[in-house]
Write a protein that binds this ligand. Structure first.
Ligand code: ZN
Length: 84
């Protein structure tokens, strides 16, 4: 009886750990972690990572010459020639 209970505890712990692992992957690769439907998202998360869809460093970048917004990216540009 006690053995069964330990088994159940282990299964619950495994599920918890795996969910946490999923959440960390989502954070690392900039994917939205759905706390309720995360199991459904496993395949699309894999596809997301495989496609190299990592989160840009900045939600918005700019040209430092003219101030034009260049959208999300890892860095802005210094000269207008780089965005035209
Ligand atoms: Zn510019």
């Amino acid at each position: 009886m006690n053995k069964d209970l330990n088994h159940v505890k282990q299964v619950v712990q495994d599920a918890y750990d795996f969910k946490n692992f999923h959440r960390l992957l989502c954070e690392r690769f900039g994917y939205v972690h759905d706390d309720e439907h995360w199991r459904r998202d496993q395949l699309s998360l894999i596809e997301w990572i495989a496609a190299g869809m990592t989160k840009p460093r900045f939600p918005e970048t700019f040209c430092s010459s003219c101030g034009k917004s260049l959208g999300a990216g890892d860095s802005g540009v210094s000269h207008c020639g780089e965005h035209e």
